[in-house]
Design a protein around this ligand. Structure first.
Ligand code: 5GP
Length: 195
């Protein structure tokens, strides 16, 4: 499940419309992170469903905000609920699971939480997110899933940046990781894909 197969429609779109920012950031605001292309989103979600067809999934988990759109589309296709972990503790949420995540794009740590009502022992979870970089968000999700006594059936990312090595960490731990496009380098603000 972990051999890299590029999803060509996404690779093509990144080549056409992706922008590179200093500091190893890929900006995909025109089709994923701000304006969303629903047709591309649908095709990427169908691809996730195909790639995770052999595992049992009863829930999609993501982190707000940018993971929500792909997570909802995958949840719709699989007809399972979608839970987004929250970056601020809601005052109305009593019983919850909490973990800390370091954000390299914002250069600070923040708490991520999820109600125990929506992530429970026995859940078989597919985590979906827009980017995999250093893997800190993914590690936070692993912690929440472990705290709940649930199981991670898979982890799907639209874009992985292999030069930040979160993917190496997750694959070394045998998590089933699927990334639709893998960027090998953003050096000199040039987008180079892994082959
Ligand atoms: P990680 O926790 O794996 O280091 O980073 C993952 C999170 O950081 C993603 O959920 C995403 O929101 C954000 N992120 C990391 N790298 C990039 C990037 O190159 N571009 C954008 N737009 N977001 C990124």
């Amino acid at each position: 499940m972990s051999d890299y197969k590029p999803f060509e429609p996404l690779v093509k779109r990144i080549k056409e419309d992706g922008k590179c920012l200093p500091g190893g950031i890929l900006k995909v605001d025109s089709f994923i992170n701000h304006q969303i292309d629903p047709t591309l989103l649908q095709s990427m979600s169908i691809e996730f469903v195909r790639r995770f067809a052999s595992v049992e999934i009863n829930k999609i988990l993501t982190i707000e905000a940018s993971g929500i759109a792909p997570a909802v589309m995958v949840g719709f296709l699989l007809n399972v609920p979608v839970v987004f972990a929250k970056k601020k503790k809601p005052s109305t949420m009593a019983d919850m699971l909490v973990t800390e995540v370091f954000s390299f794009t914002k250069n600070k740590s923040y708490s991520v939480c999820c109600s125990k009502e929506y992530l429970k022992e026995g859940d078989k979870v597919l985590f979906i997110d827009d980017f995999l970089a250093n893997g800190n968000a993914a590690k936070g999700i692993i912690d929440l899933v472990n705290q709940a006594g649930a199981t991670l059936s898979g982890m799907g990312f639209l874009v992985e940046k292999s030069f930040q090595h979160g993917g190496d960490f997750l694959r070394a731990q045998n998590f089933p990781v699927e990334s639709l496009a893998i960027i090998g380098s953003l050096d000199d603000c040039k987008i180079t894909f892994k082959d």
